[in-house]
Structures are given as C-alpha cells and as structure tokens.
Design a protein around this ligand. Structure first.
Ligand SMILES: *Cc1c(COP(=O)(O)O)cnc(C)c1O
Length: 472
C-alpha cells in the first residue's frame, strides 16, 4: 500500500501550473494523506486492544539508528515506511507502561476509552488556552475537574486546569503561592522566601524551588514518616519567610499521606499557603476505604492529581486545582498587545498555570469518566488498594520476606532478609530481562528494599505472590 505522498510531488510543484499561479487543486501541499491516516489509525486501533509486551525495553541509540535507518530525508520515506519503522523498531524499544506486571516507579493504566479519545482529542486539534477558541473542550475538561473538586470537598467556585504533569503543576501552584504572599506581605522579605516540606516531598518540589529561587526548609517527620502540624509549627515559628508548605497526599516512594488536617490548621494560623501534592495518591480520594486519610485536604489552597498515574488517563495529564482560582489568575494571566482583545472574564485555562498554548489534555479523562461513570473509577482505585493489601498480607505471611511498613495507599515496601543491594539489583534485572515483572529496588531509611506501586486494576495479586517465591 503506497500513499500518494510516497510519490514525491514534482520538484517544480511550487512554481505552479505554468500560468505562474500556484493552485492548491493541481498541487495540494501535502498530497492526499488519506492512506497515511488510515494506516496510523489502524495501528492505533490495534494497539488499544493488543496485549503489551513486557520484554519491550530501551536500546542504545546506536542500535536504534542501525535498525531504523535514515528516516528524515529531503523527499520523505513515505507514511507506510515510517510507520513500519515505528512498529518494528521504535515502539518495541519503549517500556509497556500498561503491562499489569510493570510495578516499578509509578506506571499508568489508561482505559481503552481514554486512549481512544486521545486520538479524537488530537484530531479535533483544539486550542485549549482560551475559552473563545476552545470553549466546548474546556467545558468538558472542567466537568472532569469538578468531579475532583467534589472529591476534595471544595466549594464549586474552585477550579484550575490540566497541565502536562505533576512537576509543572507543582511549579504553577507554588508560583501562585509565592505571588500571593508577595502581594499580601508587600514584597519579597529581606533574606528571601522559603518553602517548607519534608524529605519525602517529591523531587519536583526542589525543582520548583530552584525555578522560583526560594530556599527549602526541611520539616522533620514523625516516626511514621508523616509531616505533622506539630513539627510544622516549630519550623514556622523559626522561619517567618516561609510562604508555603507542601504536604504529600501519597509520597511516591512509600505512598504516605501527611497529617493534612493538623498541617492545614497550622498553615492557616501562620498565613502560609498549603499546597497538597497528590500527583500519585490523590486518586485515593475516590476510594471510600482510604478517604479518611485525606481529611483536612478541603482546607488546602492548591492540590494536584495526575490522572496519568492512578486515574486511568494516558500521558500527559495533571489536574491542577486552586480553592480560589482568582489568585492563580492574578499570577499567571499573560498580557501582550496581541492578547488585548481576550475576554478576561472567561474561563481561560492559560490563566491558571505557567503556559499559554495548550492541548485540551483533560478530554480523554472526561470521556472515560463520562463513558464508565464515577462508580467504576471508585471500584478500580479500590481494586489497586485491595491488591496492595493482598500482596502485603502475602509478604507478611511468606516466611522469607519482611514487610517494611504497612502500606497506606498502593505502594508496598518489603525486603528479603539477608540480601545485599547487589542481590536485589541482580534479581530485579533478571525479572525484567525475562519479562516476568518490573520491580526496582529503592531505599527506605537508608536500607535497600523492594517496592511495588499498584495502579493497574488488571494486576492479579496471585501472580505477584507467585513471582515472589523466586526470592526464597
Ligand atoms: C510523579 C510525581 C510528581 C511528578 O509528576 P510528573 O507528572 O512526573 O511530572 C510529583 N509529585 C509526586 C508525589 C509524584 O508522585
């Protein structure tokens, strides 16, 4: 099958039809791309229902170059050939994030509905920065955000937008926090601003602090590893320049939820912004069995949740929410002569984060939520929690493994007594190379341990426990 574009247009195409006038009818710029479109859409449709390959893995660029050959050429290699390279060489050199036994880092398990709608979203090519350009898409995104706002227990005046990921969401929220403090306290304090968080705060908080040029003040945790109101108070008493505190609703490494209720109370008392990073764990708000852990989140000033982590949306998607979106608007709205006519009263997502042009990346989540209903989302999150509990129980009763701590959400930390870091690394590598399971060692209080993060409702705890027998 050869697309028309595979036959390059004559070299003099740009010079027109001899009359000196270029006509798009005789020389369409891109040729007839319909066959390329069919090929790409067919590939996508097959991938959505195909089982993933756990052996797919990164390869050195030199190997990829040899296998792919030259793809960017003056005359193009044609859609069929380019898709063939992607299918044979490139995609198999990427890790299957939706493999049910990919339990490393935090994987992603989007619904087929969400993935399919990502294709629709791209096809509609909506400019999602301004209401006047993207109203219908932005409206739907806001419906999905409103569901999360409801789970937070926030007033329905709350809102925000979708950004690319937790890193960008954290930065935009903390930028709003810093600008709000600047406005309220009449400028930058001598000595500069400070941001408070514990050692378990995500690395992106440190990146945001760097970007904002603020110092990070470490708040000690309690014995469980939580940020508490008590410790926060003692830090704020000594650090008047703190403009904001970051609490975690699900730390990435261990899935811990800080004491949000007490932390919110102390933050309010000191007039400090509370940002809750729920990039991974915020999905737990949908699960009644753990909802109690999040008590107090209704008093946060900003929250992020990554639907591409545990809310079954494809990359890249982070919900960034503010209790008072006007503070975000005051921080992020961009002004330029060519933007003069923009309706500033409208809900312009570009006003709520550090971005202007954006795709309506919340639409796949909206479509999947609308298709399946929020009850199924609740059940799917509960399923990952049940899997974590079953695996934690199995580890506790195994006799050859030790559960490092009770999981609070869906991260399970455990160790194999007697093993050295090299043993863990060798086992982890062997499991990955055989395509059995992806499980990467991490550290907890200075010790090497193994870590599972369960975000895929298709993961069967029985499979996991069987594989753990190889640790005997
Ligand atoms: C993953 C994660 C982030 C970063 O999110 P990205 O989408 O990867 O940028 C931030 N905070 C926490 C707690 C996370 O788990």
């Amino acid at each position: 099958m050869t697309a028309t574009h595979d036959t390059p247009p004559p070299a003099d195409a740009h010079s027109g039809d001899g009359t000196g006038i270029h006509t798009l009818e005789t020389h369409p710029v891109w040729g007839d791309e319909s066959e390329i479109v069919d090929l790409a859409v067919d590939w996508a449709a097959r991938r959505v229902v195909r089982h993933t390959d756990p052996l797919a893995t990164a390869r050195p660029a030199s190997e990829l170059a040899a296998a792919a050959g030259r793809t960017i050429t003056p005359r193009g290699i044609g859609g069929a050939a380019a898709l063939d390279v992607f299918d044979r060489v490139l995609e198999p050199a990427t890790r299957s994030q939706d493999d049910p036994l990919n339990l490393a880092y935090i994987a992603s398990a989007p619904t087929r509905a969400a993935i399919a709608f990502d294709l629709v979203t791209s096809s509609a090519n909506i400019f999602g920065g301004l209401w006047e350009a993207g109203a219908g898409g932005i409206f739907a995104e806001n419906e999905a955000l409103a569901w999360i706002v409801g789970l937070l227990g926030w007033p329905d005046t709350a809102g925000g937008c979708f950004v690319s990921g937790g890193t960008s969401g954290n930065l935009s929220a903390l930028m709003t926090a810093r600008e709000t403090a600047k406005a309220r306290r009449g400028g930058r304090p001598a000595g500069g601003w400070e941001l408070a968080c514990t050692e378990h705060a995500h690395s992106s908080i440190h990146s945001a602090a760097k970007a904002l040029d603020v110092d990070v003040v470490d708040v000690p945790t309690d014995a469980r590893g939580h940020l508490t109101g008590r410790e926060l108070r003692s830090v704020l008493e000594r650090h008047p320049n703190v403009f904001g505190v970051v609490a975690s609703a699900g730390t990435t490494n261990e899935g811990l939820v800080d004491d949000l209720e007490d932390v919110a109370e102390v933050a309010r008392e000191f007039g400090v912004w509370l940002h809750v990073d729920g990039a991974y764990g915020g999905a737990g708000l949908a699960a009644p069995s753990v909802r109690g852990l999040f008590a107090g989140i209704e008093n946060a000033d900003s929250v992020i949740v990554d639907p591409h982590k545990w809310l079954f949306a494809p990359y890249d998607c982070c919900a960034l929410l503010y209790r008072d979106p006007e503070l975000a608007r005051a921080t992020h709205a961009q002004h330029a002569s060519y933007l003069d006519h923009v309706d500033r009263e409208a809900w312009n997502p570009s006003d709520f984060a550090l971005h202007l042009t954006r795709r309506v990346r919340g639409l796949p989540l909206w479509f999947s939520l609308a298709s399946h209903g929020t009850d199924r989302y609740r059940d799917a999150v509960e399923l990952s929690l049940e899997t974590s509990k079953a695996v934690a129980d199995g580890i506790r009763e195994s006799g050859h493994l030790r559960l490092v701590r009770e999981p609070e959400l869906s991260v399970v930390l455990f160790e194999r007594p007697g093993w050295e870091p090299a043993d863990y690394a060798e086992w982890s590598h062997r499991m990955a190379a055989a395509g059995t399971m992806l499980c990467i060692p991490t550290t907890w209080r200075g010790r090497t341990v193994l870590r599972f993060a369960f975000v895929n409702p298709q993961t069967d705890p029985k499979w996991v426990l069987e594989i753990l027998e190889t640790l005997r």
